[in-house]
Design a protein around this ligand. Sequence first.
Ligand code: AAT
Length: 291
Amino acid sequence: KRGKAVYFNNPMWPGEAHSLKVEKVLFKDKSDYQEVLVFESATYGKVLVLDGIVQLTEKDEFAYQEMIAHLPLCSTPSPKNVLVVGGGDGGVLREISRHSSVEVIDICEIDKMVIDVSKRFFPELAVGFQDPRVQLHIGDAVEFLRKSPEGKYDAIIVDSSDPVGPAQALVEKPFFETLARALKPGGILCNMAESMWLHTHLIEDMISICRQTFKNVQYAWSSVPTYPSGVIGFVLCSTEGPAVDFKNPINPIEKLDGAMTHKREMKFYNSEMHRAAFALPTFLRREVASL
Ligand code: AAT
């Protein structure tokens, strides 16, 4: 009885739980930051879980990684310097590497165990680390951005976990200020922004913080079956500088050499999905008043 109650106690989604049948636990350990679990599921392939929260499954990871990477990178004419916050599995790196204009891909992940586990169990994602443009920094992104040179990046992608545990500070105003400072004029931020069904208040807070720091702020979303409520959102922001029209990709993926010739074809993102991602249901527009 007590065991069952624990399932429904996650503060991010009280009263509900999503289950996947476990065929075999492949790895379980406690890092300095969180509990790391990998299991083989019956129907979604291998699954990575941090502190009891599903971060990715082999079956649907591409929907999230492709959207969080290409929504910002296809919204900027020729991205050169890109930073990933979190994303230690390497999936977002894999997607960024399709963009041949990119010269530097910095990644700041707090937990080395996530990287090691991904290299061992998720080679299709960890392949992202093999790109010679990738520079890995292991540490807290808050500290990394505090020290980052001003105006370095064309795009920053915050692929971080939910704001319980090590990612808590990543949804607070001082962090967004350091992100804005690290971007070039007209540079773009794409931030994982939870579920419209479960977290309208979190989304509202994030959007209002971003509006204080950035010029242009938009919300987009995508379907990811194994994330709570089956959807995940993204806040896209640009700094003062050339106007950015997020809804119409200026750097369409269909025109990139790397996009289709890459060893692994894309499965989710295309320009039509990009435009569709910004269409918002009426309740969300109403609840997040400024959208
Ligand atoms: N692409 C997989 C999806 C993730 S992983 C999020 C990563 O962010 C984790 O590897 C975690 O260790 C890292 N992280 C958390 N806090 C910090 C920090 N302060 N600095 C650097 N990295 C950090 C996200 C899935 C979203 C799930 C939605 N429910």
